[in-house]
Design a protein around this ligand. Structure first.
Ligand code: NAD
Ligand code: IPM
Ligand code: MN
Length: 360
């Protein structure tokens, strides 16, 4: 009986978490499974209650469960907090504490949503990309400094990578590419950054271990452009922490909305699942957030952490079906007068799971 830690966090985090748990309960019942849950504080709400964005209780708690599901953290209320007390630093410490170095962000264009995106449907049809983002190293975790200089201040963020940190995430990406369409784009800025030159050398050294995978190197600025020009050219993309953060928000628009993208952060004993979007303070409390990112993160959790492939597919089919029937959340609605609220959309997905015929 798997135990799941639920970390709702801030802003729309608790709203989408409610839908994720509803879907988990529905799929568990449908497939006669049982999960247990433990709700733990993180982010701004944890600062308010315990003065720490990642209280000891949470860090110890997540190490004693089978998987962790997170909503989102952050918001204007905590933007003036010192760096170590910001909600985001709680999330970074959680990722580092769990040791989840490989963040998988799948981007799949859904046929029934092709005309929702700001991009042309013929560019988007068939898009199926997996971004593998390095998650526990790079500029996010290097030394940070700030001190006075003549006429102002100086601030430093160090971008540091060690060979072994690059190797492990690159191997994950090669392995995943070999199970998909056999193409890997390694994205860096090797024309300027030393850390990128080490990244590129490491990829080239590992490549012969995966003769079935065709690897290419793409500079990050070009990659940002190619993702919009011709996204179907990509299968798996592997890149360092910050490039992966930025490229995945950009790539989200290939699906129509940032609210659509799930993620799985893997690499250690307990894995972490979270949508790629943030706490969306501009819509928090209105009941209009798109819960699909977290719902599909649940599917990734069932597949990767528990090996429940049928259950994962049931969730993915249900979400697709709800879209096929024409239901939309506000971020996807072309006619902004007709859309489902977060809770109504979650109910539709649950209905699909309950009525789902196991025909696969
Ligand atoms: P954001 O992703 O929260 O929002 C960007 C835009 O996308 C907003 O207009 C928002 O309304 C919309 N959006 C995001 N998720 C949506 C959803 N599920 N449904 C519908 N619309 C959605 O990014 P931001 O505004 O740059 O950041 C807000 C806060 O979230 C900041 O404090 C930031 O640090 C934090 N953040 C947290 C995470 C995380 O917890 N993993 C990720 C990104 C940003
Ligand atoms: C994400 C977010 C986080 C990141 C922030 C909130 C620390 O943008 O999960 O993509 O940059 O990793
Ligand atoms: Mn991000």
């Amino acid at each position: 009986m798997p135990k799941i830690a639920l970390l709702p966090g801030d802003g729309i985090g608790p709203e989408i978490m409610k839908e994720a748990v509803k879907v988990l309960e529905a799929v568990s019942e449908r497939f006669q499974r049982t999960c247990t849950y433990e709700v733990l504080p993180i982010g701004g709400e944890a600062i308010d209650r315990y003065g720490d964005p990642l209280p000891e209780e949470t860090l110890l708690g997540v190490k004693c469960v089978d998987a962790v599901l997170l909503g989102a953290v952050g918001g204007p209320k905590w933007d003036k907090e010192p760096a170590h007390r910001r909600p985001e630093s709680g999330l970074l410490r959680l990722r580092k504490g769990l040791g989840v170095y490989a963040n998988l962000r799948p981007i799949v264009a859904c046929d029934s949503l092709l005309n929702v995106s700001t991009l042309k449907p013929e560019i988007l049809r068939g898009v199926d990309i997996l971004i593998v983002r390095e998650l526990t190293g790079g500029i996010y975790f290097g030394a940070k400094e700030r001190h006075a200089v003549e006429d102002g201040e100086q601030a430093t963020d160090m971008l540091v990578y060690e060979t072994k940190e690059i190797e492990r995430v690159v191997r994950t990406a090669f392995h995943l590419a070999s199970q998909r369409r056999g193409r890997l784009a390694s994205v860096d800025k090797a024309n300027v950054l030393e850390s990128s030159r080490l990244w590129r050398e490491t990829v080239n050294r590992i490549a012969p271990e995966y003769p079935d995978v065709k690897v290419e190197h793409v500079l990050v600025d070009n990659c940002a452009m190619q993702l919009i020009r011709n996204p179907r050219q990509f299968d798996v993309i592997v890149t360092e922490n910050m490039f992966g953060d930025i490229l995945s928000d950009e790539a989200a628009m290939l699906t129509g909305s940032i609210g659509m993208l799930p993620s799985a952060s893997l690499g250690a004993e307990v894995d972490l699942y979270e949508p790629i979007h943030g706490s969306a303070p501009d819509i928090a409390g209105k009941g209009i957030a798109n819960p699909v990112g977290i719902i599909l993160s649940v599917a990734m959790m069932l597949r990767h952490s528990f090996g429940w492939e049928d259950e994962a597919q049931a969730i993915e089919h249900a979400v697709n079906h709800v879209f096929q029937e024409g239901y939309r959340t506000k971020d996807l609605a072309s006619d902004s007068s007709y859309f489902l609220h977060t809770e109504e959309f979650g109910n539709k997905v649950v209905e699909e799971i309950v009525n789902f015929e196991m025909d696969f």
